[in-house]
Ligand binder design. Structure first.
Ligand code: IPE
Ligand code: IPE
Ligand code: MG
Length: 233
Protein backbone atom coordinates (compact mmCIF):
# COMPACT_ATOMS: atom_id res chain seq x y z
CA UNK A 1 0.00 0.00 0.00
CA UNK A 2 1.56 3.31 -1.08
CA UNK A 3 1.35 6.27 1.25
CA UNK A 4 -0.57 8.48 -1.20
CA UNK A 5 -3.40 5.98 -1.64
CA UNK A 6 -6.91 6.88 -0.51
CA UNK A 7 -7.83 4.95 2.63
CA UNK A 8 -11.34 4.12 3.81
CA UNK A 9 -12.61 5.53 7.12
CA UNK A 10 -14.56 2.42 7.99
CA UNK A 11 -14.03 -1.26 7.20
CA UNK A 12 -16.64 -3.84 8.20
CA UNK A 13 -15.99 -7.57 8.05
CA UNK A 14 -18.24 -10.63 7.90
CA UNK A 15 -15.80 -13.08 9.49
CA UNK A 16 -16.87 -16.36 7.93
CA UNK A 17 -15.19 -19.73 7.51
CA UNK A 18 -14.06 -20.70 11.03
CA UNK A 19 -15.99 -23.98 11.01
CA UNK A 20 -14.63 -25.05 7.63
CA UNK A 21 -11.10 -24.09 8.69
CA UNK A 22 -11.42 -26.53 11.61
CA UNK A 23 -13.09 -29.24 9.54
CA UNK A 24 -10.23 -29.16 7.01
CA UNK A 25 -7.93 -30.03 9.91
CA UNK A 26 -10.32 -32.65 11.32
CA UNK A 27 -10.76 -30.50 14.43
CA UNK A 28 -13.96 -29.54 16.27
CA UNK A 29 -15.47 -26.24 15.05
CA UNK A 30 -14.53 -24.45 18.27
CA UNK A 31 -10.85 -24.61 17.26
CA UNK A 32 -11.74 -22.61 14.17
CA UNK A 33 -13.48 -19.98 16.29
CA UNK A 34 -10.49 -19.80 18.61
CA UNK A 35 -8.13 -19.31 15.68
CA UNK A 36 -10.54 -16.70 14.29
CA UNK A 37 -10.02 -14.56 17.39
CA UNK A 38 -6.27 -14.48 16.62
CA UNK A 39 -7.10 -13.12 13.19
CA UNK A 40 -9.14 -10.35 14.84
CA UNK A 41 -6.04 -9.23 16.75
CA UNK A 42 -3.90 -9.16 13.61
CA UNK A 43 -6.46 -7.34 11.51
CA UNK A 44 -7.33 -4.80 14.21
CA UNK A 45 -3.64 -3.93 14.76
CA UNK A 46 -3.18 -3.56 11.04
CA UNK A 47 -6.28 -1.42 10.47
CA UNK A 48 -5.67 0.97 13.38
CA UNK A 49 -1.92 0.97 12.68
CA UNK A 50 -2.65 2.42 9.25
CA UNK A 51 -4.78 5.17 10.75
CA UNK A 52 -8.13 3.78 9.60
CA UNK A 53 -10.57 4.94 12.27
CA UNK A 54 -13.35 2.34 12.26
CA UNK A 55 -13.36 -1.44 12.18
CA UNK A 56 -16.65 -3.30 12.62
CA UNK A 57 -16.77 -7.06 12.95
CA UNK A 58 -19.72 -9.42 12.53
CA UNK A 59 -19.12 -12.00 15.25
CA UNK A 60 -22.56 -13.53 15.90
CA UNK A 61 -25.80 -12.96 14.02
CA UNK A 62 -29.39 -13.01 15.28
CA UNK A 63 -29.67 -16.26 13.30
CA UNK A 64 -26.59 -17.90 14.83
CA UNK A 65 -28.68 -18.92 17.91
CA UNK A 66 -29.89 -21.76 15.65
CA UNK A 67 -26.53 -23.50 15.99
CA UNK A 68 -26.03 -26.48 18.32
CA UNK A 69 -26.08 -25.46 21.95
CA UNK A 70 -22.44 -26.35 22.62
CA UNK A 71 -21.27 -24.19 19.72
CA UNK A 72 -23.36 -21.23 20.94
CA UNK A 73 -22.02 -21.66 24.49
CA UNK A 74 -18.49 -21.82 23.12
CA UNK A 75 -18.96 -18.63 21.08
CA UNK A 76 -20.42 -16.80 24.09
CA UNK A 77 -17.49 -17.84 26.23
CA UNK A 78 -14.93 -16.83 23.57
CA UNK A 79 -16.61 -13.44 23.36
CA UNK A 80 -16.59 -13.08 27.15
CA UNK A 81 -12.87 -14.00 27.29
CA UNK A 82 -12.11 -11.59 24.48
CA UNK A 83 -13.64 -8.71 26.44
CA UNK A 84 -11.74 -9.63 29.59
CA UNK A 85 -8.38 -10.27 27.98
CA UNK A 86 -8.27 -7.53 25.35
CA UNK A 87 -9.66 -4.66 27.36
CA UNK A 88 -6.32 -3.53 28.86
CA UNK A 89 -4.62 -3.49 25.44
CA UNK A 90 -7.50 -1.64 23.76
CA UNK A 91 -7.50 0.87 26.61
CA UNK A 92 -3.74 1.36 26.28
CA UNK A 93 -3.96 1.68 22.51
CA UNK A 94 -6.79 4.23 22.67
CA UNK A 95 -9.29 2.05 20.83
CA UNK A 96 -12.97 2.52 21.72
CA UNK A 97 -14.70 -0.84 22.05
CA UNK A 98 -18.42 -0.89 21.28
CA UNK A 99 -20.63 -3.94 21.17
CA UNK A 100 -23.88 -3.75 19.23
CA UNK A 101 -26.63 -6.33 19.02
CA UNK A 102 -29.87 -7.22 20.72
CA UNK A 103 -28.38 -8.76 23.91
CA UNK A 104 -31.39 -11.13 24.14
CA UNK A 105 -29.41 -14.23 24.99
CA UNK A 106 -26.74 -12.44 26.99
CA UNK A 107 -26.69 -12.77 30.77
CA UNK A 108 -26.34 -9.85 33.19
CA UNK A 109 -22.68 -10.55 33.91
CA UNK A 110 -21.70 -10.40 30.25
CA UNK A 111 -23.92 -7.37 29.77
CA UNK A 112 -22.00 -5.70 32.59
CA UNK A 113 -18.68 -6.49 30.91
CA UNK A 114 -19.90 -5.03 27.63
CA UNK A 115 -20.89 -1.81 29.40
CA UNK A 116 -17.60 -1.68 31.30
CA UNK A 117 -15.59 -2.21 28.10
CA UNK A 118 -17.22 0.83 26.55
CA UNK A 119 -16.93 2.98 29.67
CA UNK A 120 -13.25 2.21 30.03
CA UNK A 121 -12.37 2.82 26.38
CA UNK A 122 -14.81 5.56 25.31
CA UNK A 123 -12.23 8.34 25.54
CA UNK A 124 -9.85 6.59 23.11
CA UNK A 125 -8.78 8.60 20.09
CA UNK A 126 -6.89 6.05 18.00
CA UNK A 127 -9.72 3.97 16.63
CA UNK A 128 -13.17 2.45 17.03
CA UNK A 129 -13.68 -1.28 17.19
CA UNK A 130 -17.30 -2.36 17.01
CA UNK A 131 -18.24 -5.97 17.61
CA UNK A 132 -21.64 -7.04 16.30
CA UNK A 133 -22.84 -9.80 18.59
CA UNK A 134 -26.43 -11.05 18.36
CA UNK A 135 -26.70 -8.46 15.61
CA UNK A 136 -29.12 -8.53 12.69
CA UNK A 137 -29.59 -5.79 10.13
CA UNK A 138 -33.36 -6.34 10.06
CA UNK A 139 -33.68 -6.31 13.87
CA UNK A 140 -31.65 -3.07 13.94
CA UNK A 141 -33.94 -1.38 11.41
CA UNK A 142 -37.12 -2.67 13.03
CA UNK A 143 -36.19 -1.57 16.54
CA UNK A 144 -35.18 1.85 15.17
CA UNK A 145 -38.55 2.18 13.41
CA UNK A 146 -40.38 1.18 16.57
CA UNK A 147 -38.52 3.81 18.58
CA UNK A 148 -39.46 6.45 16.02
CA UNK A 149 -43.10 5.32 16.20
CA UNK A 150 -43.05 5.49 20.02
CA UNK A 151 -41.61 8.98 19.90
CA UNK A 152 -44.11 9.93 17.22
CA UNK A 153 -41.19 11.18 15.17
CA UNK A 154 -41.15 11.45 11.42
CA UNK A 155 -37.61 10.70 10.24
CA UNK A 156 -35.46 11.66 7.28
CA UNK A 157 -32.40 10.05 5.72
CA UNK A 158 -30.27 12.33 7.84
CA UNK A 159 -32.01 11.65 11.18
CA UNK A 160 -32.85 7.93 10.85
CA UNK A 161 -29.23 6.66 11.25
CA UNK A 162 -29.15 8.12 14.76
CA UNK A 163 -31.82 5.56 15.76
CA UNK A 164 -29.75 2.63 14.51
CA UNK A 165 -27.31 0.82 16.76
CA UNK A 166 -24.46 2.14 14.64
CA UNK A 167 -25.38 5.75 15.58
CA UNK A 168 -22.23 7.85 15.59
CA UNK A 169 -20.31 5.56 13.24
CA UNK A 170 -19.85 6.50 9.59
CA UNK A 171 -21.35 4.08 7.04
CA UNK A 172 -18.84 1.38 6.09
CA UNK A 173 -16.78 2.25 3.01
CA UNK A 174 -15.76 -1.37 2.63
CA UNK A 175 -17.48 -4.62 3.54
CA UNK A 176 -15.30 -7.72 3.36
CA UNK A 177 -16.75 -11.22 3.59
CA UNK A 178 -14.30 -14.07 3.96
CA UNK A 179 -15.11 -17.77 3.60
CA UNK A 180 -16.25 -17.86 -0.02
CA UNK A 181 -19.98 -17.12 0.24
CA UNK A 182 -21.32 -14.18 -1.77
CA UNK A 183 -24.06 -13.04 0.57
CA UNK A 184 -24.71 -10.48 3.30
CA UNK A 185 -26.42 -12.75 5.87
CA UNK A 186 -28.36 -9.91 7.51
CA UNK A 187 -25.38 -7.65 8.29
CA UNK A 188 -25.55 -3.83 8.13
CA UNK A 189 -28.47 -3.67 5.71
CA UNK A 190 -29.28 0.02 5.94
CA UNK A 191 -25.70 1.20 6.42
CA UNK A 192 -24.25 -0.61 3.40
CA UNK A 193 -26.21 1.28 0.72
CA UNK A 194 -22.98 2.52 -0.91
CA UNK A 195 -20.35 0.22 0.59
CA UNK A 196 -17.78 -1.40 -1.68
CA UNK A 197 -18.13 -5.19 -1.33
CA UNK A 198 -15.17 -7.59 -1.33
CA UNK A 199 -15.72 -11.34 -1.20
CA UNK A 200 -12.68 -13.44 -0.36
CA UNK A 201 -12.42 -17.23 -0.60
CA UNK A 202 -9.96 -17.24 2.30
CA UNK A 203 -11.33 -18.80 5.49
CA UNK A 204 -11.29 -16.16 8.26
CA UNK A 205 -8.56 -17.84 10.39
CA UNK A 206 -6.25 -17.71 7.33
CA UNK A 207 -6.96 -14.07 6.46
CA UNK A 208 -3.76 -12.01 6.34
CA UNK A 209 -2.65 -8.40 6.41
CA UNK A 210 -1.40 -8.93 2.85
CA UNK A 211 -4.90 -9.72 1.68
CA UNK A 212 -6.25 -6.65 3.43
CA UNK A 213 -3.51 -4.69 1.69
CA UNK A 214 -4.74 -5.93 -1.71
CA UNK A 215 -8.32 -4.95 -0.83
CA UNK A 216 -7.17 -1.47 0.21
CA UNK A 217 -5.21 -1.14 -3.00
CA UNK A 218 -8.29 -2.05 -5.09
CA UNK A 219 -10.41 0.30 -2.99
CA UNK A 220 -8.04 3.18 -3.58
CA UNK A 221 -8.47 2.71 -7.34
CA UNK A 222 -12.27 2.48 -7.17
CA UNK A 223 -14.32 5.32 -8.57
CA UNK A 224 -17.13 5.71 -6.04
CA UNK A 225 -19.83 7.51 -7.94
CA UNK A 226 -22.72 7.55 -5.43
CA UNK A 227 -25.08 7.86 -8.35
CA UNK A 228 -23.15 10.74 -9.91
CA UNK A 229 -20.70 10.54 -12.79
CA UNK A 230 -17.55 10.18 -10.68
CA UNK A 231 -14.16 11.82 -10.33
CA UNK A 232 -12.46 10.08 -13.20
CA UNK A 233 -14.76 11.23 -16.01
C1 IPE B 1 -18.00 -17.59 11.25
O1 IPE B 1 -17.61 -18.87 10.95
C2 IPE B 1 -18.28 -17.38 12.71
C3 IPE B 1 -19.70 -17.30 13.04
C4 IPE B 1 -20.69 -17.22 12.20
C5 IPE B 1 -20.04 -17.32 14.44
P1 IPE B 1 -18.63 -20.07 10.76
O2 IPE B 1 -18.79 -20.74 12.07
O3 IPE B 1 -19.88 -19.62 10.10
O4 IPE B 1 -17.78 -20.98 9.79
P2 IPE B 1 -18.30 -21.84 8.57
O5 IPE B 1 -19.08 -20.92 7.67
O6 IPE B 1 -19.18 -22.91 9.15
O7 IPE B 1 -17.06 -22.37 7.94
C1 IPE C 1 -22.53 -14.74 8.94
O1 IPE C 1 -22.02 -16.03 8.86
C2 IPE C 1 -22.54 -14.28 10.36
C3 IPE C 1 -21.23 -14.06 10.96
C4 IPE C 1 -20.07 -14.08 10.37
C5 IPE C 1 -21.27 -13.73 12.35
P1 IPE C 1 -22.98 -17.33 8.83
O2 IPE C 1 -22.07 -18.48 8.68
O3 IPE C 1 -23.89 -17.30 9.98
O4 IPE C 1 -23.83 -17.06 7.50
P2 IPE C 1 -24.65 -18.07 6.58
O5 IPE C 1 -25.50 -18.90 7.47
O6 IPE C 1 -23.66 -18.88 5.83
O7 IPE C 1 -25.42 -17.16 5.66
MG1 MG D 1 -20.49 -19.54 8.17
Amino acid sequence: MKSDERLPDHIAVIMDGNGRWARKRLLPRKFGHREGVRTIDRVADDVFGRGIGYLTLFAFSTENWKRPEDEVTGLLSLFDNYLTKKLPKLERDGVVLRVIGSERGINDELRGKIAEAYERTMRGTKGNLTICFDYGGRADIISAVNRCVELGEKVTESTFPSFLQTAGLPDPDIIVRTGGERRISNFLLYQMAYSELYFSDTLWPDFTAKELDDILETYSRTDRRFGGIGEKR
